[in-house]
Design a protein around this ligand. Structure first.
Ligand code: SER
Length: 889
């Protein structure tokens, strides 16, 4: 049975049983604590917690999931995918254990002709949480399972949570026995490779708090209702029903292995080591494509790092399989081909997905090359020192600076006949992880404790009036001080205020929050920030300036109109820039993030390299032309499909509801799904000045711009700057560039002439230097400082002086002194050498005195130091040294 058919049957089965089919959510949710969606229930969390009332009491979905905790097992076991699809049925306070078990059993064992999966009931085993006798009872009653195929397991195995605070509960897992040829007898507790887990039924009934691992966290209390959350591993069912050996050989993954075979020239199924590499490539390529499609780009932390790691493991595995050429493009194409029937956005976004993946491959190939050089030099140092172990610090440097996986370092070390201090490496890694964890912890605690708002989210979502008006009369529903609800707040208190309605815009979609005031007779509160909780509740943060504020008060809420106007200029300006970018760079320039505040906008987008000057000029021109065109800005609501059909751009990672808001500027010029506030006509944005363009992560660029009056102020400042320059240069402004170029040229010529004349003067000083020769025993010594002479000229001068000293034994030591450096040259003639002076040895002796190093031959040697203050002492040292060797006898 094809994977697609498994999903179809699952949804149809539950739809027939009263479940509403709900589309799966994006892999990236707006929750900083959750890296990626890791289960079908994630999008339903507010329903389980009772924060929101579900629009249905039964739901079913196919959810894309990413879990990378077991990445090391990929390709080694039969069943670990980093990307997989979870089919689930959910009950929100409706049915519970008995029905969940009944539904699962009959779908699994129902005949294929009747819409089931046709699993042999005799080969099904289940596990239950320790004391869950109730579940055991149903398994016997509904499925007729004998005692020996029901096993009890503890919290580690049979208690489910998302790994972070939220809903949780005991579970019952369903396993399929692949038969004695795949492992030991004894059920799931004995061998999870023979008994494959296919479905997890969670009896969701509690809420958990902070903690670690699968069992170490407190249970805060019961949920308002008893719920059901189940997850069937689509890939696992597929591999069992398709009669293949593992999740990497199913209809959706095997084609990627085949592409890898063609690219590398090796065959799958010949040896275990290569097979693991093929499976890693196939698994990771699929995950990478799905992540990029949901807007993740490779980076150095968080989600971006996971993606980077996956892509790098692909490049490395392909290399180990013998690939000489890039492989990423072809692998990604194959994944898109297999997955697009279920995820059509892969097809429409094909070019961008390929670009992002290939850019990382290209970058990592360079990394591999430079890292390999570093490795070779480190290995050479170790061998030269007569040792056999590469230090942990070097392995860590390779990892940290070059992104070298440790196994790559281990392998290369092995090839070079070395071992690696892995313990040292792991200590350094652990230290780094501890630092990262402390950071993450600090970030987490910066989040507000949301429990105080829970009931209001459901009962009193805020009515936003700010699209229509800037002043609204409202009722105070709650006042919080220090996160605790208080009946009344007094002057001087920092407060959070919940109102039944508000014209103040809450920060979202890149647009900053409005600022404004809440007033009543005798009372005034300044609002400095507004944030949304659970997308529906506005929390107004501010300070009571005078009077008191109490629950139930009627108040007047006002937006600061100038601030709002500035934010709108920024936001509409962002839409114009986005449209211009796509016009100039093509549809691959997709939004990756933005910030709009009064006078300024920042816009991140996917693009593979820096923009050229002409692209930047064009983008700015198209933006300003659209501004001057005075397009009306229209907003309207429609359903998601119609909006997409009109060509409206939607943001990755957003989960839109059924009704969406479209903001259109100039018809087809710009159309985006957007919940922000905007100016009425494009000309109200005012001039847009691009400030620059930079890289924020691999494949992601950033443009920044001023809008409105700030744009004018910026230009005025630049004009004043230019006027200042023109007046100093005494030319009209349009002649400034020519004048500057001329001056630079003249400066260069003058510097060259000065250099030459200095050198000439120095060379001419040879005669004077000779007259300054001192007799040290039988040897004539010229040891002097000659400031301002460059190293090359110093050598010419020293040789000249040596020649002038004739055939008597002579030593010349000249020290330059320029720019904080002390270059020096020592020249010794035949007589000097016969008397025992070696230039090379002398240089080595005096170099440390000027803080440097040097060396050379017996007749001529040179060096350089970084401490010219030591020159006098160095000259003494030369005389001294010559005195020692030059003393007859
Ligand atoms: N949430 C449970 C799991 O992920 C069942 O869907 O296993």
């Amino acid at each position: 049975m094809q994977t697609h058919e498994i999903c179809r049957r699952f949804l149809a089965y539950f739809e027939q049983r009263g479940h509403t089919p709900v589309p799966g959510a994006s892999l990236v949710m707006d929750d900083p604590n959750l890296l990626f969606i890791n289960a079908g229930m994630v999008q339903f969390v507010p329903y389980f917690l009772g924060q929101r009332t579900p629009p249905y009491s039964r739901a079913t979905s196919i959810q894309k999931c990413v879990r990378t905790g077991d990445i090391e097992n990929v390709g080694i076991t039969t069943r670990h995918n980093t990307f997989f699809q979870m089919a689930g049925n959910f009950s929100f306070g409706d049915y519970f254990k008995r029905e969940a078990i009944d539904f699962a059993w009959h779908l699994l064992t129902g005949s294929v002709d009747d819409g089931g999966f046709g699993f042999d009931p005799e080969r099904i085993w289940v596990t239950v949480y320790l004391d869950d006798d109730e579940a055991i009872g149903y398994w016997k009653e509904v499925a007729g399972l004998p005692d020996e195929r029901i096993q009890r397991r503890d919290m580690e195995d049979n208690y489910w949570s998302m790994g972070i605070p939220g809903p949780c509960g005991p579970s019952s897992e369903i396993y399929f026995d692949r038969g004695p040829e795949y492992g030991r007898e004894g059920g799931p507790i004995a061998d999870e490779d023979r008994y494959i887990e296919i479905w997890n039924l969670v009896f969701m009934q509690n809420e958990r708090g902070e903690g670690t691992g699968k069992a170490d966290f407190p249970i805060i209390g019961p949920l308002p209702h008893k719920n059901i959350d189940t997850g069937l591993g689509v890939e696992r069912v597929a591999f069992l029903l398709q009669g293949v050996d593992n999740v990497y050989e199913t209809d959706l993954v095997r084609p990627v292995i085949e592409t890898a075979e063609q690219l590398t020239g090796r065959r799958y199924g010949v040896n275990h080591e290569d097979d693991v590499r093929f499976r890693v490539i196939a698994d990771h390529a699929r995950t990478a494509v799905m992540l990029i499609a949901d807007g993740v780009t490779p980076g150095n932390d968080g989600r971006g790092y996971v993606l980077r790691r996956l892509l790098r493991r692909i490049v490395r595995s392909a290399r180990l399989l013998g690939a000489q050429q890039p492989t990423m493009g072809a692998l990604v194409e194959t994944v898109i081909g297999t997955m697009a029937p279920s995820y059509p956005e892969l097809e429409t976004d094909r070019a961008r997905i390929i670009d992002v993946a290939v850019a990382e491959e290209t970058a990592f190939s360079v990394t591999l090359a430079s890292g390999s050089k570093l490795f070779e030099s480190a290995a050479a140092d170790v061998l030269a020192a007569g040792k056999k172990t590469l230090g942990g610090d070097r392995a860590f440097e390779l990892h940290d600076t070059y992104g070298f996986p440790i196994d790559l370092t281990l392998e290369m070390a092995d090839e070079a006949g070395l071992t690696v201090d892995e313990a040292g490496f792991r200590t350094l890694m652990a230290e780094q992880r501890a630092r990262a964890k402390a950071d993450a912890q600090a970030r987490k605690h910066a989040h507000t404790d949301l429990s105080a708002y829970k009931e209001m989210v459901d009962e009193h979502p805020t009515l936003f009036t700010g699209f229509e008006e800037l002043e609204t009369e409202a009722t105070v529903l709650a006042v919080l001080s220090n996160g605790v609800r208080v009946p009344v707040a007094n002057a001087g208190d920092a407060v959070e205020v919940i109102l039944d309605r508000s014209p103040l815009y809450a920060e979202s979609g890149g647009q900053v929050a409005d600022i404004g005031t809440i007033t009543a007779s005798g009372t005034s509160v300044t609002v400095s920030d507004v944030q949304k909780i659970a997308k529906v509740l506005w929390v107004h943060r501010g300070t009571v300036d005078s009077g008191t504020l109490a629950e139930g008060d009627t108040v007047l809420v006002r937006v600061d109109p100038q601030w709002r106007n500035g934010a709108e200029q920024g936001h509409s300006g962002t839409h114009l820039v986005h449209a211009a970018l796509r016009q100039i760079l093509g549809p691959g320039a997709v939004q990756a993030g933005s910030l709009n505040r009064p006078g300024y906008l920042r816009f991140d987008f996917s693009y593979h390299g820096p923009l050229s000057d002409s692209q930047k000029t064009d983008i700015e021109a198209v933006t300003n032309e659209a501004m001057v065109a005075d397009f009306p800005v229209n907003t309207f609501e429609t359903d998601l499909d119609s909006a997409k059909a009109m060509g409206a751009m939607a943001l990755f990672g957003e989960n839109y509801g059924d009704r969406v808001r479209v903001v259109e500027i100039g018809g087809p010029f710009s159309m985006e799904l957007c919940g922000g506030t905007h100016v009425g006509h494009s000309s109200q944005v005012g001039p847009v000045t691009l400030l620059g363009e930079s890289s924020v992560a691999s494949g992601v660029r950033r443009v920044e711009a001023y809008v409105g009056l700030d744009s004018y102020k910026h230009l005025a400042k630049e004009r004043a700057l230019l006027a200042g320059l023109a007046s100093s240069l005494k030319v009209p402004t349009d002649q400034v560039p020519g004048r500057v170029e001329q001056l630079v040229e003249r400066l260069k010529v003058a510097e060259r002439a000065l250099e030459e004349s200095r050198a000439r003067a120095a060379l001419e000083s040879a005669g004077t230097l000779v007259t300054g020769a001192r007799e040290v025993g039988p040897i004539s010594v010229v040891a002097q400082e000659v400031p301002g002479v460059a190293a090359g000229d110093l050598r010419t001068l020293a040789l000249d002086v040596r020649t002038r000293l004739g055939s008597r034994p002579a030593v010349v030591a000249l020290f330059g002194n320029a720019d904080g450096k002390a270059p020096f040259v020592v020249a010794v003639n035949d007589g000097g050498r016969d008397a025992g002076v070696q230039a090379g040895a002398l240089v080595k002796e005096v170099a440390p005195v000027v803080g440097g190093r040097g060396g050379g031959k017996p007749d001529l040697a040179q060096g350089a130091g970084s401490d010219p203050s030591g020159i006098a002492a160095a000259i003494d040292a030369v005389i001294d040294a010559v005195g020692r060797v030059g003393v007859p006898g």
